[in-house]
Design a binder for this molecule. Structure first.
Ligand code: NAD
Length: 498
């Protein structure tokens, strides 16, 4: 079985320590390769390489950086099937789903290729008499990214293409469960002409993360993962003087109004709840059925969930693959047990599913609960699996206040045929990303991605212009070229212009 390596200074590099972890294929439950777990000494070497590469890369023109990223984009398109296959093999999601997620990552590279335009500052003539002012966006230095298991290619690509386009160098710590896409992308960046040291990959666990959080030469930390870890990352990195964006977990609600188109809504919810086995931070895990639509909606959801095919992600005709690990499967099953014990109505039970030929795979079937209340564990906790719960609300007011009381605020959606209801919802809902008849409202790369409340710690979202601002520092320059006749004697009073 292969053992992967680290990627430092443009080449595969062995870890200085001896710790490794198994990477499993969740469909078979078998180990497929080993991954090194980087030590803090490895992280120091990677940061040193990134620091050494920084001055040269900072001084490379944005246009040249952009050309390299454009070549990288071409290579990503060429290797999209290979990256999708790696993501599907290590994560378990279907090949079609993995291909779509690689594409969403490529779109961030397409955005980052606009670096020369994105990095233009502002200029104002005559901010005072004979005085002009302009601002510049300059890179921050060595940046680090720490990413989760559920999007092996896309989430890293939310970060490094923009960081690199802005003139920073980067150290990526991918999830130890799905390291291969990141290492393959490092090879493709080199093939595209990226100078050594600009992009480095250190697969690992908490030890590698902690080394990045406290390293004095790391200036910015981007994180995506669960809320407890996001909070820890934010607090620790901020304590060590770094800028931080730490995206956390989610509990995304879909409000279904009585005037929603039933079939369209049920189809949309199917994909959003059970796609990627519910392991998406923008998955719809909670439906709030308003008024008298609940019974018909639940019946329609069950009918559609009954038809979903569960199996290995690389097989044709499969709708839903396994979850990431046996521990995660057991945790999800534990949540289903608790829903039953706490009195929710189990409409469809995904426990105990066996996929012939894949008996050791980590499968949970689509699960549907009705009559869930806000005190139940299955409402309070992020399950991150194929478990959809339905709550009932009497009015849109009730639905909005229920969602606004939830600590998570990543995404939400409303299904309705009323423009007035939709407009009110988008105005009053306290959630970062909102869909109107769109179940998974992941913004395109030229908008920014991020939640509110316990779904994001920090001030700036990922990609779009907020990504550019996160990876740059603004400098404002005020200029005067006085004619001899304008030169006056100095004054000690606070200078004013105008
Ligand atoms: P996780 O928080 O367990 O791990 C994320 C990263 O942090 C990994 O690289 C991991 O190695 C590292 N890590 C784990 N525990 C750590 C610790 N104690 N100290 C330091 N580092 C640690 O998350 P996961 O299980 O990989 O991913 C699933 C979670 O990510 C879900 O909660 C999901 O909602 C969330 N997620 C959020 C978004 C978003 O945009 N908000 C996107 C994708 C996933």
């Amino acid at each position: 079985m292969d053992t992967l390596s680290l990627w430092i200074n443009g080449k595969h590099t062995a870890s200085l320590g001896g710790r490794t972890a198994e990477v499993n294929n969740p469909a078979t439950g078998k180990a497929i390769r080993h991954v090194p777990l980087a030590t803090s000494a490895d992280v120091n070497v990677a940061v040193e390489a990134a620091k050494a590469a920084f001055p040269g890369w900072r001084d490379t023109t944005p246009l040249r950086r952009s050309r390299i990223l454009n070549k990288f984009r071409e290579l990503l398109e060429l290797h999209r099937p290979e990256l999708a296959q790696l993501a599907s093999e290590e994560h378990g999601k279907t090949l079609e789903d993995a291909t779509g997620s690689v594409q969403r990552g490529i779109e961030v590279v397409e955005f980052a290729v606009g670096a020369p335009h994105l990095l233009k500052g502002e200029h104002a003539e005559n901010v005072g008499r004979g005085v002009d002012c302009h601002s510049m966006l300059q890179p921050v230095g060595v940046c680090a990214g720490i990413t989760p298991f559920n999007f092996p290619a896309m989430v890293p690509m939310w970060m490094f293409p923009i960081a690199i386009a802005c003139g920073n160098t980067f150290v990526l710590k991918p999830s130890e469960k799905v390291p291969s896409c990141s290492l393959r992308m490092a090879e493709l960046l080199k093939e595209a002409g990226l100078p050594d040291g600009v992009f480095n990959v250190v697969p690992g666990d908490k030890e590698a993360v902690d080394a990045l959080l406290i390293h004095p030469d790391v200036r910015a930390i981007s994180f995506v993962g669960s809320t407890p870890v996001a909070k820890y990352i934010y607090e620790t990195a901020a304590h060590h003087g770094k800028r931080v964006q730490a995206l956390g977990g989610a509990k995304n609600h879909a409000v279904v109004m009585p005037d929603a188109s039933l079939d369209f809504t049920a189809d949309a919810i199917m994909g959003a709840a059970y796609g990627s086995a519910g392991e998406r931070c923008m998955a719809i895990s909670t439906v709030v059925a308003v008024g008298d639509i609940a019974d018909t909606l639940v019946a329609r959801l069950k009918e559609k969930a009954d038809k979903l095919v569960v199996g290995p992600g690389d097989q044709k005709g499969v709708d839903m693959g396994p979850v990431i690990s046996s521990q995660h499967r057991d945790r999800i099953v534990g949540f289903i047990d608790s829903g039953v014990a706490e009195g929710a109505k189990l409409v469809k039970d995904g426990r105990g599913i066996v996929v012939p030929g894949y008996e050791d795979g980590y499968f949970v079937g689509p699960t549907l609960f009705d009559h869930v209340s806000t005190e139940m564990t299955i409402y309070r906790e992020e399950i991150f699996g194929p478990v959809l719960i339905v709550l009932r609300a009497e009015s849109m007011n009730d639905a909005i206040s229920l969602i606004n009381s939830n600590p998570y605020a990543n995404g939400t959606a409303i299904f309705t045929s009323s423009g007035a209801a939709a407009r009110r919802f988008q105005n009053e809902i306290e959630v970062g990303m909102v869909g109107i008849n769109v179940p998974i409202p992941v913004p395109m790369a030229f908008f920014s991605f991020g939640g509110w409340k316990a779904s994001l710690f920090g001030d700036l979202h990922m990609h779009g212009m907020e990504g550019v601002y996160f990876y740059t520092r603004t400098k404002a320059v005020t200029t005067r070229w006085p004619e001899q006749s304008d030169r006056k004697t100095s004054t000690l009073a606070m200078p004013t212009l105008g």
